[in-house]
Every structure is written in C-alpha cells, then in structure tokens.
Design a binder for this molecule. Structure first.
Ligand SMILES: Cc1ncc(C[n+]2csc(CCO)c2C)c(N)n1
Length: 217
C-alpha cells in the first residue's frame, strides 16, 4: 500500500466535514463558544492528554526504527510541555474535575487497549487521527475565520494551525504509511478500522464537550 493515509483520509472525509459543521467548531471559529463549554472541553482534554501521552510512549517503544521511537517519545514529552501550558492558561483550578466523561473515558480506553494489544501498524493508525484531524481543523479555522485579532480562543487555534505542527503531522503520516506498506490484508483492514474509530471518537469528543456530557447515573 503506497499511500495508505491518502486512501483512508478520503474514505473518512465525511467525518471531517461533519466535524467542521459541529456547533463546537463553528462557535470556536466565531469566538462565540460559551466559556463554560470551552472550560469543560479543556478540562476533559487535559484528562485525555494525560493518557494519550502514555499511549504515544508505548507506540514509540514498539517502533522498529529508532528515529520513529524518537518521534513518538518527543511527541509525548511535547504534550507535557506545550499542552500543559495551554491548559494552565485556561483552566480555573476550582472547577477542575479529575473524572473523565463517558466519551473521554471511551476514547482513552480504546487507544490504550489498541496500543497494548495490537500491532505497531494498527496502534499508529489509532493514534493518527489525533494528529491529522486537529491539523485539518486548525487549518480550516485559520483559513475561514475573520476575527484573528479578537477571538478569545486564538491561542488554541494557533497551536494546531500553521507550519510547526504541520511538520510533526507529516512525520506521523509518513511513519503510518511505512508500516502500511509491509502490512498484510488483514492488518490493513484493522488499520482502517482503527483510524475510522479514532476519527469517530474525535467527532464524539467535541460533541460531548458541547453537551457538557455527564455520567447519567
Ligand atoms: C481529543 C483530542 N484529540 C487530539 C488532540 C490534539 N493532540 C493532542 S496530543 C497531539 C500530538 C502531539 O502534539 C495532538 C495533535 C487533542 N488535544 N485532544
């Protein structure tokens, strides 16, 4: 499979279009997203990132090439530095919860299960939408917004749009494509399923934040 990502990105294109149309993304772009909704998102995202960085570290040590290992371990440490700074900037410590919402729990549990139980190729496919969807959404907002000077969420938008993040996303895609090249049919299908599921979970994560999803019981 010479360009696995190009194919799966095309197949899952309708999910990206649906994310662009989510009220969370529209209001984030307009700067009208209610503060409490954004706060809920940042809080849940902090819980997500705390687990996601461990998943990335696990993916890193499974890689067969030391440059790939370095890439995922750097990405994991990058989360500690960059994203924690962003969260500290936004999170009001008094209202911070340590309880993951049902969707947050589902997403981190899913990634953790895949990284622990499946091959390196499938594990990379599962962690990839986290990179690619945020890049696509960051770029989409930067290209379409008209309020860069007065959007209260500009710092968040700038983190995921633009050049610096693009280089890291490209590297993640290249590594995924490399493993897809030597994957057999059954493994390719599992890669596709993992990428699809993680993309669906990205949609669900924003949807759950917009609804400030709670445990019903
Ligand atoms: C639910 C959720 N999904 C993806 C990201 C974006 N993201 C988190 S870590 C990372 C890789 C290294 O920076 C990326 C792109 C997020 N914040 N929250």
């Amino acid at each position: 499979m010479s360009n696995w990502y190009q194919q799966i990105n095309k197949t899952t294109g309708s999910i990206l279009a649906k994310i662009q149309n989510q009220p969370f993304i529209k209001e984030l772009m307009q700067g009208t997203l209610p503060k409490d909704v954004f706060q809920f998102y940042i809080n849940q995202d902090a819980l997500y990132l705390a687990q996601y960085k461990k998943v990335l570290a696990l993916v890193g040590i499974k890689c067969r090439d030391e440059n790939e290992t370095q890439f995922f371990l750097d990405a994991a440490t990058g989360i500690i530095h960059v994203e924690n700074a962003l969260h500290q900037h936004f999170v009001n410590a008094d209202s911070f919860t340590t309880i993951a919402s049902p969707t947050c729990e589902l997403y981190i549990s899913y990634l953790s299960r895949i990284a622990h139980e499946k091959s390196i190729a499938v594990s990379i496919a599962a962690v990839l939408p986290c990179f690619t969807i945020y890049k696509q959404i960051g770029d989409y907002i930067l290209e379409n917004q008209t309020n860069k000077d007065n959007n209260p969420y500009q710092e968040w938008i700038n983190t995921y749009g633009g050049e610096e993040f693009a280089a890291s996303v490209e590297q993640a895609i290249n590594i995924a494509n490399k493993y897809a090249q030597t994957a057999h049919q059954e493994e390719l299908e599992m890669m596709n399923q993992a990428f699809l599921k993680a993309s669906q979970l990205e949609w669900m994560f924003w949807d759950s934040a917009y609804r400030k999803e709670q445990w019903e019981i």
